[in-house]
Design a protein around this ligand. Structure first.
Ligand SMILES: NC(=O)c1ccc[n+]([C@@H]2O[C@H](COP(=O)([O-])OP(=O)(O)OC[C@H]3O[C@@H](n4cnc5c(N)ncnc54)[C@H](O)[C@@H]3O)[C@@H](O)[C@H]2O)c1
Ligand SMILES: [Zn+2]
Length: 271
């Protein structure tokens, strides 16, 4: 499997990197795999009996903004402080070595690919980004960069006042992230990234594409479905799925049941 993965990568003219929360685990970030995974990362929510779905809910920004910003403020600070692991750089090295084009498709909202030097116009963030804000109402279509300093109490997971506000109407703002039961998310930024990605696929449909999927869970299968769609709809595309617990994929695609960094380093050793 590893040898096959290395040869697909060596010959790739185009790379599509599809990534879920597992991509960040080797940088020290938590995934939210099941309630136990979420509660292990956030014991305060375990004490309150609240799941990820309960916490990632836009209603908190209206009903209890200090709670809403407690969760998202903590994550903003965590993602700002995180340094992407070497695996991000190995993939970039392969792209440069092959003089290949690339696109990243991720359900992560953490901005780690940008931090690792991937360019903005080659990234699709299907659930938005924590580094962009919008009005919670919203009073308009505007989104703006999250330059806020957000102080949170790690025990209660509540954010201290003053909380971020919309410069347009003065209401509390919220991250431009698609949450659960979310009718107020402004999708324009993600929609234009989606258009750019579809155009990218159309232009590269006849090239040899290596799809490297890393750490995408099956609970919310958006990313896995994207990799599989490219695999069956594009003739010269091969999917490599790297995941320590849920690596299964139908042949001829390649399954590497290991962590992101371990898998990427093992491939690199064969290049
Ligand atoms: N960093 C982030 O931005 C972040 C983090 C957690 C959750 N989320 C959000 O929550 C949802 C969760 O879905 P998901 O499928 O991305 O995550 P998930 O938490 O449901 O699943 C994580 C996956 O990563 C795998 N994994 C664990 N350790 C790994 C490692 N070291 N290397 C590679 N893979 C590893 C697990 O086996 C699992 O399949 C998404 O919609 C996303 O928006 C985002
Ligand atoms: Zn507003």
């Amino acid at each position: 499997m590893l040898t096959h993965a290395a040869s697909v990568i060596r010959e790739a003219e185009v790379f599509v990197i599809t990534a879920g929360a597992g991509m960040g685990v080797d940088s020290g970030l938590p995934d939210f795999r099941g309630d136990q995974g979420f509660w292990c990362a956030y014991p305060a929510y375990a004490r309150l009996g609240l799941s990820f779905v309960d916490c990632a809910n836009p209603q908190h920004f209206t009903g209890d903004p200090s709670f809403g910003w407690g969760f998202y403020g903590h994550r903003t600070n965590l993602y700002r402080d995180t340094i992407p692991h070497e695996g991000f750089h190995l993939i970039r090295k392969w792209i440069e070595r092959n003089r290949a084009d690339y696109f990243v498709v991720t359900s992560n909202v953490d901005g780690q690919f940008q931090k690792a030097g991937y360019v903005d116009d080659r990234i699709l963030e299907v659930h938005g980004s924590i580094h962009w804000l919008q009005c919670q109402k919203p009073c308009g279509d505007r989104i703006w960069r999250n330059d806020e300093v957000i102080r949170t109490d790690e025990v209660s997971m509540r954010a201290r006042h003053p909380l971020p506000r919309c410069p347009g109407c003065g209401e509390i703002s919220r991250p431009n992230i698609l949450m659960f039961g979310d009718w107020s998310w402004l999708p324009d930024r993600t929609s234009s990234q989606e258009q750019a990605f579809e155009q990218f696929l159309a232009v590269n449909a006849n090239r040899r594409i290596a799809v490297i999927e890393i750490g995408a869970g099956s609970a919310i299968p958006t990313i896995r479905a994207t990799s599989e769609r490219i695999g069956w709809s594009i003739e010269h595309a091969t999917v490599i799925r790297i995941n320590p617990r849920e690596a299964e994929i139908t042949a001829p695609y390649i399954s590497l049941p290991c962590g992101a960094l371990e898998g990427l380093q093992a491939i690199d050793a064969l290049m």
